[in-house]
Write a protein that binds this ligand. Sequence first.
Ligand code: CMC
Length: 392
Amino acid sequence: TGNTTVDIGFVNTASCNSAITYIDGDAGILRYRGYPIEQLAEKSSFLEVSYLLIYGELPTTEQLEDFDQKIRRHTLLHEDLKAFFGGFPRDAHPMPVLSSAVSALGTFYQDSLDPFDKEQVEISTVRLMAKLPTIAAYAYKKSVGQPFLYPDNSLSLPENFLRMTFGFPAEPYDLDPDMVKALDLLLILHADHEQNCSTSTVRLVGSAQANLFNSVSAGIHALSGPLHGGANSAVLEMLGGIYDNGGDVDTFVKKVKNKEDGVKLMGFGHRVYKNYDPRAAIIKKSADTILNKDGVSDPLLDIALKLEQVALEDDYFVERKLYPNVDFYTGLIYKAMGFPTKMFTVLFALGRLPGWIAQWREMIEDPQTKIGRPRQIYVGETERDYTPISSR
Ligand code: CMC
């Protein structure tokens, strides 16, 4: 293939021009549309950040109100789509349930799937933003065998999601403002991260002019992997494993350094950040309210803190510039909020949705866009003759 060079894992290859998210991995900088993540985390809301990512500017009061109302109006799932959840086994992992339901959404809205019709893209955007929290809550309810709750459109997006997840139809649900705030912050921190694996998947699928629902559904599958969004569950499993083995952090770190059985320090390292992940820094700082709620501290938090300290001082991690990433502390917070480990990556997906949508729309609108079609270096057999099965 002429002068094609191979770039395994796309370490050096840019796949697009994008005006959405800026990362300086060496300096630990992350900005959405130019706004530092620290400012957005402190001052904004997930809804406002979603608007910013998708439409490019911070909304005026009226624009935000309009966006909010539109989303609130579309939170219900079609009753036939609701019936889907009954078809999965009780112990189904909620990630494939989530992506299946997102694929299925497209079958209910066949009149609005044209990627090049602005109005259709707009209504699909609103439907996805409004319905993913409902789908995620139903995936949870299914896994614990509890009844589904209809959304309550007097509530905000994170409030509605918490109520549909933890509430019961028979009794009122008391929203905890600390939980709502913590969830909103976590969603903001996950909202976009330029050309990560799931976002690149959404773009690649979309580059074939597949519709928004199918592209996002593919992104959810990419996110499910333990090296990507699945890392938040994997961190908790790792911390639990260390705890069960008597809390011996040093032995675990030794195992990681010796690459025994391919063991990694989950929640550490990043393709782009060669410094503390700014999202991890924000989470760690604001985790106290949730992690020390009612004065009960999780023993796994002590293990995490110790692990981080050991890793940050150890040559293996220092030389490779391995720092805690966004997933290192999120699992502990989700656990303290009452989510089972299986749901952690679903929460990541809820947060990442506006980023996927913004990136898909940017790609569709970009006149330079072509179908994504990487080349390869062929390393197989040269030409050879077919041998009949009797002589092999
Ligand atoms: N624990 C131990 N060693 C590690 C780790 C880790 N978590 N991460 C990287 N290394 C080592 C790796 O073995 C390699 O060592 P050597 O040079 O001796 O072969 C070196 O560091 C460079 O790593 P790499 O695998 O070439 O780096 P990458 O950019 O391909 O991988 C990563 C990035 C995030 C997949 C990887 O760091 C990793 O697997 N981390 C653990 C999983 C994780 O926490 N993922 C969440 C990422 S952040 C949020 C998200 O994307 O969803």
